[in-house]
Design a protein around this ligand. Structure first.
Ligand SMILES: Nc1ncnc2c1ncn2[C@@H]1O[C@H](COP(=O)(O)OP(=O)(O)OP(=O)(O)O)[C@@H](O)[C@H]1O
Length: 629
């Protein structure tokens, strides 16, 4: 009967782990990339449960079954040992054995072998299913966190270290795996073992089961209380770790600045403060764990002592066979080993939980700028822009616009000038809906940009910012970013127009040249030309140039100005300029001061007006705004 049951279980297991069916279930989640980001729960267990319920319930149930069966079989080892000892005692002339299955010494020996092989087999099944589960859970967790992270507003990225955010996504996803592994493996094994042990001990005497049940109640209650405190300590420790790693990344990013200002010593002691905090938190957590482990160790010893003492007492009194003594003794050791191992894993469990909780706290914050429900895409017919009564202050209270009204006609080319801090870049950011005004509306072709999809708005506006972002990829890929799937010919044509082709072709690897992090392997002007080529390729009806030619020498500027004019043809353009010579040909120039347009007109009209613009124009030396301005 034992054999049949074992063989049936083995067959079921083999069917369950058919690799082809597991491979079918284990997709690469490519569909995820097309879906809108889903809000993340800040609570670790809710987040994990969401992932599990959606994709992994079947595989995790299979793994759970494998552990339950494997541990269930293993828990019978003491019983088989008892039977062997009893049968041996009888075979060597001792008391008659109570052999319920009538297997005899050899039979029980074979049963022992079957138990060992059976439990090992089940654990291997667990591992095989895990191959198709854990890496995928981590992958999905990363994708979820990453796609939510990308939807945050510029303010969010200004407030958080980039390196820290990247680290949180990786660490959070790893922690999901750690938590699931401990729950699925260590916790389930202990639960199964204790359940089987309660039943087996009952066969020896109900007193043993009562001792074990009483112990379990106290152990779980005290451990639960300790665990909650441990979680809090672990969270603060994790916050200290991420704070110090954020500072390290910030310092590394600015290594040149530190060297330039000879501030190495200062940075070391500045970081020292955060590292000390981390050390202090870590020490508190470890102290607490020592206490927790002491309690766990003492309670395990108490359980062992109680069970073995009662077993000795009853055996001496003739109430139990040597076999039953062996059962209690080995079971007590199995319990203490497994529970001890679980206590050992508790440190990792709470560290992982703290890490995940911290990562989710940071990443799962609600998006500040979102599509309204059912928002239609922006339909740009002509490209007219209008700002009506716009009031805007930054989160720290810096007021930039106090009722700004502005109209840019379709196809009009507008130059934006004004002193540093006048609000030129902020105006452009409002048009791109990187921030929402507190009051007032921004309209494109009569459509409020707050009520159209962000995706369509981003497609409609191309920007060449003051400091263009460049990916650590090839220069060709960076240009092609403006038009997914662009051919090499299209990329080259754009680069030629932006006068980027010459410098790219001078590099030995041409368009395959890797530009380095933030484009460090390009000069400022080259980086800007790559950004211009990218905008050319994007071919949007509205163009925003934020001092697009600032990093170019006069000769390159002249060439690019030509290319920009070609690009501007038939589009609405807003060009921010400090170097007024770059915008003299614009249809209209707006002079911004204190968040208001104080002068407007063509270059010549403004010169004739003799106001602030004219003053600036005359004060400019070499085409740049004088430092005093
Ligand atoms: N993220 C921010 N948080 C708080 N205040 C900000 C932020 N960004 C800009 N400001 C402030 O808003 C005001 C307008 O800044 P903005 O960058 O729009 O000026 P600008 O005219 O483009 O200046 P510049 O010509 O120097 O680029 C400034 O006082 C600036 O300090």
């Amino acid at each position: 009967m034992g054999w049949k049951m074992f063989a049936a279980m083995l067959r079921a297991g083999m069917r369950a782990v058919r690799i082809d069916s597991l491979e079918r279930q284990d997709q690469d989640f490519a569909w995820e990339d097309q879906e809108p980001p889903k809000p993340l729960s800040p609570k670790p267990f809710t987040f994990i449960w969401g992932l599990v319920r959606e994709k992994f319930a079947g595989r995790l149930t299979l793994m759970m079954l494998a552990v339950v069966i494997g541990q269930g079989i293993e828990a019978f080892e003491p019983y088989a040992l008892k039977a062997v000892v009893d049968a041996l005692t009888q075979a060597t002339g001792g008391a008659p054995a109570n052999d319920v299955l009538g297997l005899g010494v050899m039979g029980w020996f074979v049963m022992l072998l079957a138990i060992w092989l059976g439990s090992m087999g089940m654990y291997r099944v667990y591992q095989i299913v895990d191959i198709y589960t854990s890496p995928s859970i981590r992958a999905l967790a990363q994708k979820r966190m990453f796609s939510w992270l990308l939807g945050h507003s510029p303010r969010y990225f200004q407030d958080n270290f980039a390196g820290k955010l990247g680290q949180k996504v990786k660490q959070g996803a790893n922690a999901v795996l750690g938590v699931i592994e401990i729950l699925m493996w260590d916790v389930i094994r202990v639960l199964v073992l204790l359940t089987v042990a309660l039943a087996l001990l009952w066969t020896a005497s109900p007193v043993f089961s009562a001792v074990l049940a009483g112990w379990m109640l106290v152990y779980v209650a005290v451990s639960g209380w300790l665990a909650r405190h441990c979680f809090t300590l672990s969270e603060t420790m994790s916050a200290a770790v991420s704070s110090s790693s954020g500072r390290i990344i910030d310092a590394i990013t600015n290594a040149d600045l530190i060297r330039g200002f000879a501030r190495t010593l200062f940075e070391r002691s500045f970081l020292g403060h955060y590292i000390n905090e981390e050390r202090f938190r870590s020490r508190r957590l470890r102290w607490f764990l020592v206490v927790m482990r002491l309690f766990q160790m003492l309670s395990i010893v108490a359980l062992l002592g109680a069970l073995v003492w009662v077993a000795i007492d009853r055996t001496m009194a003739g109430g139990m066979s040597i076999g039953e003594f062996t059962l209690v003794f080995t079971l007590a050791f199995q319990i203490s080993n497994t529970v001890w191992h679980l206590s050992d894993r508790m440190l990792s469990f709470f560290e992982e939980l703290g890490t995940l909780s911290e990562a989710l706290d940071l990443v799962s914050a609600p998006h500040e700028i979102t599509d309204t429900v059912g928002a239609p895409p922006l339909r740009v017919r002509a490209g007219g822009i209008e700002l009506r009564e716009v009031h805007f202050s930054f989160a720290d209270g810096t007021k930039v616009f106090n009722g700004l009204n502005l109209t840019v006609k379709p196809g009009e080319k507008v130059g934006l000038v004004g002193r540093s801090g006048a609000g030129k870049s902020t105006l452009v950011k409002l048009i791109r809906r990187q921030y929402d005004p507190q009051y007032g509306r921004v309209l494109i072709d009569g459509q409020d940009i707050a009520h159209v999809t962000l995706q369509s708005l981003n497609e409609a506006v191309a920007e060449v910012p003051q400091q263009p972002g460049v990916f650590h990829r090839t220069v060709g890929e960076n240009i092609a970013y403006g038009k997914p799937g662009a051919s090499l010919d299209e990329i080259r044509a754009a680069a030629v127009k932006a006068h980027a082709d010459e410098f790219i072709m001078k590099r030995p690897t041409g368009y395959d040249t890797i530009v380095g992090e933030q484009g460090v392997k390009l000069s400022g002007g080259e980086r800007q030309r790559v950004a211009i080529a990218r905008a050319l390729l994007k071919d949007s009806p509205i163009l925003v140039l934020d001092e697009a030619t600032s990093a170019l020498d006069s000769e390159s500027e002249h060439l690019i100005q030509e290319a920009l004019w070609t690009l501007m043809e038939g589009r609405t353009v807003i060009a921010i300029a400090h170097r007024l010579s770059t915008i003299t040909e614009m249809d209209r120039i707006l002079y911004l001061e204190g968040g208001q347009v104080v002068e407007e007109g063509s270059h010549h009209e403004l010169l004739t007006l003799g106001g602030r613009y004219a003053q600036l124009w005359h004060r400019q030396s070499g085409g740049f705004l004088a430092a005093a301005e």
